[in-house]
Design a protein around this ligand. Structure first.
Ligand SMILES: O=C(CO)COP(=O)(O)O
Length: 126
């Protein structure tokens, strides 16, 4: 299972907490992330994560490009709806790519929890 993990600055703490809840599952997945999110997941959760570019520098686009050719099975994208982002077009492009290719994309903690739980149930006990 190839998972992409992305969080805006206002949601990084929640991403780290969420990853902590699903460490068993995430440890069995191939993980990629935008740069800063990935760095925190490596340092604070001990996860092996491929760190792509930071979001504002093109990381969302890199994930979108992979997703378009089947390289991503699911996305957790904890967006901060209260803070304008300089790379809003890139963010929209990634979410659009998920819709175009019918790839599950959870954009808040509640939906991410449901999605990760479903993946965990599907993969069975580690
Ligand atoms: O901006 C982001 C997603 O749009 C996240 O990028 P970072 O993980 O590098 O902060």
């Amino acid at each position: 299972m190839k998972l992409a993990l992305i969080a805006h600055d206002g949601r990084k703490k929640e991403m780290v907490a969420l990853a902590g809840e699903f460490l068993g599952l995430l440890g069995r997945c191939t993980l990629m992330a935008t740069g800063t999110t990935g760095g925190r997941l490596q340092r604070e959760c001990g996860l092996q994560v491929e760190c792509l570019l930071s979001g504002p520098l093109g990381g969302d686009l890199q994930i979108g490009a992979r997703l378009a050719v089947g390289g991503v099975d699911a996305v957790v994208f904890l967006r901060d709806p209260m803070t304008p982002q300089p790379h809003e077009p890139d963010i929209n492009a990634l979410v659009r790519a998920c819709d175009v290719h019918d790839v599950p994309c959870a954009t808040n903690v509640a939906s991410a929890r449901l999605m990760l739980q479903a993946l965990q149930d599907r993969l069975g006990p580690g």
